[in-house]
Design a protein around this ligand. Sequence first.
Ligand code: CAA
Length: 240
Amino acid sequence: MARTAIVTGGTRGIGAAIAVALKQAGCNVAANYAGNDEAAQGFNAETGIPVYKWSVADYDACAGGIAQVEADLGPVDILVNNAGITRDAPFHKMTREQWTDVINTNLNGVFNMTHPVWNGMRERKFGRVITISSINGQKGQFAQANYSASKAGDLGFTKALAQEGARNGITVNAICPGYIGTDMVMAVPEKVREAIIAQIPVGRLGEADEIARCVVFLASDDAGFITGSTITANGGQYFT
Ligand code: CAA
């Protein structure tokens, strides 16, 4: 039977590529988004993938949204925690709001989404939790104390929860993309972006599909022995 997957932040960028790739792999996919209605409607019209609006930063909204997806598509087998934001600023200029917004979405959002699906996965003895972290959670990044902290937190979450899910057929893994050619990276000032590309040994930004293919593998039955792992996909920019 087809598995049901939720992809957060699934209507744009890396998330959209993941949603489409999981659909092509035979899953029933729900794409969550928080803000951009126009992009979500366009994505739905183009792909036929149903879209659901709620903020991953809000626990009750996640629980309600997941209940709706389960009523429409069936119990969630695969959760892809992809939704993420940046609020870059050097630390001496970083506001409390820039700190909490990023932590609430990128780290608390992972808790808020995983907690409501966890017991069902335990009962059914199958689950895949895949969280999109970042190269900048591994190496740190100037002007991203908030983002780097949130993404490093996602890796700790993954390693801890993997140990809890293992006996119940649930794998919990992370992917650390490097710089991928999405709106988020294109928002970095051009000069800074050029300097970043110069540090990538393969000499280019990554493509969203290159991350999506990692997700499809981790979500598959073939990846059942892989848990607590991090796939690094960054064009050779940083080795752990
Ligand atoms: N290392 C050391 N110094 C740096 C630096 C770096 N990487 N980047 C900038 N600086 C320095 C500048 O040279 C400048 O120094 P001077 O004042 O001596 O000239 C100073 O920091 C910048 O100060 P500003 O007051 O001009 O900074 P600002 O308030 O205008 O902020 C910025 C600018 C936010 C840092 C901007 O440069 C920026 O956006 N940088 C990119 C940060 C980045 O890589 N973000 C990743 C986004 S993509 C992503 O996050 C996806 C993913 O997972 C990979």
